[in-house]
Design a protein around this ligand. Structure first.
Ligand code: Q0Z
Length: 301
């Protein structure tokens, strides 16, 4: 939400925190006390591009991403348990919210890359390696990696950018045993994601997942937050994949193309806010989210 917007008032819930595109609430019990071990995770219809929040919002985006994440949790259930308790949520956020177990979140952004682009590509060009993994020579923007590489970052506050973490820094934060498990699981989640998505016309270049542990210390890592959505991952249309150039984005390409076209009149390097998106661009973008959901799950949205 724009910082000027007030969070939605949800009866029986207290607003806790808002990120760029999602909001967190705490349930309030019959006794008026905050329920300590649960959270309500609400996906908004907000969209960011070039580090700006777009207006208007994208209808159904929050519901599509929530349903996609729930579907992926099922696809991944044999690899890792997840935080989902229920989709029985207030009517105002029906379909775009989930009730989850409140966990102690690990202070590491668990990222894995299956294709080389962005920050990983920059590091490879400078050093020939990504996060300590030496890679073959001759890789380009968009090249598929021999296997997914774990490239964790810090969790920076909203507005600041996350910084790469070395394997030693991750071990110092988590301990060697948990660090190894986070790395293994993050790479396994992306590998499983790509096994499923590739058959359905989508490549998942990289993904960010979040893990937590039960506050009572019982049990192992729990997959939290959202998983393998276009907001947490780079989705590429497989048919357009062509290493050696910037790949088109599955969900945001209409928005980026319009913003950088003369028609928008916007100069993204001038520092001012972007213009309102035309209805046509909003509808094309909504359709891409729905298309990704339907292709991946084989279900109608
Ligand atoms: C997730 C986030 C936001 C949505 C905290 N199961 C959990 N237990 C404890 N904390 C979290 C979770 Cl998922 C948690 N986030 C990120 C921020 C809306 C998700 F504003 N932060």
């Amino acid at each position: 939400m724009r910082v000027t917007d007030l969070p939605l008032e949800l009866p029986g819930y207290e607003h806790v925190y808002s990120g760029k595109v999602r909001d967190l609430y705490a349930p309030v019990g019959d006794d008026g006390q905050v329920v300590p071990d649960r959270l309500l995770l609400v996906a908004s219809n907000r969209l960011s591009a070039y580090d700006w929040m777009m207006s208007p919002e994208i209808p159904d985006k929050g519901a599509v991403l929530t349903r996609l994440s729930l579907w992926w949790f099922d696809q991944l259930a044999d690899l890792v348990p997840n935080h989902v308790i229920s989709t029985d949520v207030p009517a105002a956020v029906a379909g775009r919210a989930v009730l989850v177990r409140k966990l102690e979140m690990l202070k590491v952004e668990a990222i894995a890359r299956a294709y080389l682009t962005g920050g990983g590509l920059e590091e490879y060009r400078a050093t020939g390696a990504v996060c300590g993994v030496v890679l073959p020579e001759g890789l380009e923007d968009g090249s598929r990696l021999p296997e997914p590489v774990f490239t964790p970052t810090t969790k920076a506050p909203v507005g600041e950018h996350d910084l790469p973490m070395s394997p030693a820094e991750v071990e110092a934060e988590l301990g060697a045993e948990v660090a190894a498990e986070v790395s293994r699981l993050t790479r396994a989640i992306l590998a499983r994601g790509n096994e499923i998505a590739a058959e359905r016309g989508i490549l998942i270049a990289d993904t960010k997942v979040e893990f937590g542990v039960s506050p009572d210390g019982s049990g192992g890592l729990v997959l939290a937050d959202e998983v393998l959505t276009p907001d947490s991952s780079r989705f590429w249309p497989a048919a357009a994949w062509q290493p050696g150039r910037t790949q088109p984005s599955y969900d945001k390409q209409f928005v980026r193309d319009w913003l950088t076209s003369p028609e928008s009149g916007w100069d993204r390097h001038a520092g001012g806010p972007p213009p309102e998106l035309p209805a046509r661009i909003v509808e094309q973008t909504r359709a891409k989210y729905v298309e990704a959901y339907e292709l991946l799950t084989g279900e109608r949205f």
